[in-house]
Design a protein around this ligand. Structure first.
Ligand code: ZN
Length: 288
């Protein structure tokens, strides 16, 4: 049985690459990728290492407050000397700034049984089909959760003195996207006035482009260059920006493994729901 004090301790101990087994300690700042990953070899997949602990939310609606101690951010900040009260208030402070831009902060999103879909698919007798609805969340999708974990890491690194810049000499954030990830990234960047470069295809929707400009992002269209290797030109330009010092503010784990951290709050919310509200085995299959 854990003690009351231990219940407030972080539970993440570091990173282990699922491909090559390389490990990275949790106190290392800007640990975006496997130490063995290179520009030519991106086939590495750092995964968060943590011991199993009973899921306890404390009843908070904000998942980053409720599940703070399960986040890699929490262990990173603690390992670099940030006290528990400061970690909790950092989450609340950044959430409040995000809410000022997005109109909503991070909250537990609806998780509801879809009766018509359950009937149509023939699963009505087996508990049915349940849908996690992220469409009214920050920036209108789940992408903001992934990026908020990176933002927490960045600001914690600054305040702990382990970022290689100061708040006045921040390198830009960078993302390659033409849709909801770019909007989420630009929303979070605007909340802390952090410059961001968004690399979009020439075919990006005018609606999305208008939203990105309104959020103050630097939007860069990326036509295919004659010299480009195969692959998305937006990703080529994004990787060049990161090579030149930008922070990979990406929702792809191969570009920034820290995007995994906040994304996990979706699963924890569903697990808590089933723990508290439904009997029996919770899920047979999950579709994303
Ligand atoms: Zn690796």
């Amino acid at each position: 049985m854990a003690t009351a004090a231990a219940d407030h301790d972080p539970v993440v101990s570091g990173w282990r690459c699922a491909v090559c087994d390389a490990t990275t300690p949790i106190d290392q700042a800007l640990s975006w990728s496997c130490p063995h990953a290179t520009g030519d070899d991106r086939h590495h997949a750092p995964q968060i290492v943590q011991r199993i602990a009973p899921l306890c939310s404390g009843g908070y609606a904000n998942p980053f407050v409720a599940f703070r101690r399960y986040l890699a951010f929490d262990a990173f900040a603690a390992a670099n000397g940030m006290a528990v009260e400061a970690r909790d208030s950092l989450v609340r402070e950044l959430d409040s700034l995000v809410a000022g831009v997005a109109g909503t902060g991070f909250v537990t999103t609806p998780f509801l049984r879809a009766d018509a879909l359950s009937d149509a698919l023939g699963f009505a007798a087996d508990g049915g089909v349940w849908v996690k609805d992220e469409t009214r969340h920050v920036a209108g999708s789940h992408k903001a959760r992934h990026l908020f974990g990176i933002l927490l890491h960045l600001v914690a690194a600054e305040r702990c003195g382990v970022a290689p810049w100061s708040p006045t000499t921040r390198p830009p954030l960078a993302i390659a996207s033409c849709g909801n990830a770019a909007i989420a990234a630009s929303t979070l960047a605007a909340s802390v006035q952090w410059p961001i470069r968004v690399f979009v295809p020439e075919s990006a929707s005018p609606t999305v482009m208008g939203t990105l400009h309104a959020l103050g992002a630097t939007v860069e269209e990326c036509p295919r260059l004659a010299t480009d290797p195969p692959g998305d030109p937006c990703v080529h330009r994004f990787r060049e920006a990161v090579r030149d010092g930008a922070v990979p503010f990406s929702v792809q784990g191969t570009e920034n493994a820290w995007c995994l951290d906040g994304g996990r709050t979706i699963g924890w919310e569903m697990a808590r729901h089933f723990e508290e509200a439904v009997e029996g085995p919770p899920l047979d299959r999950v579709f994303v």
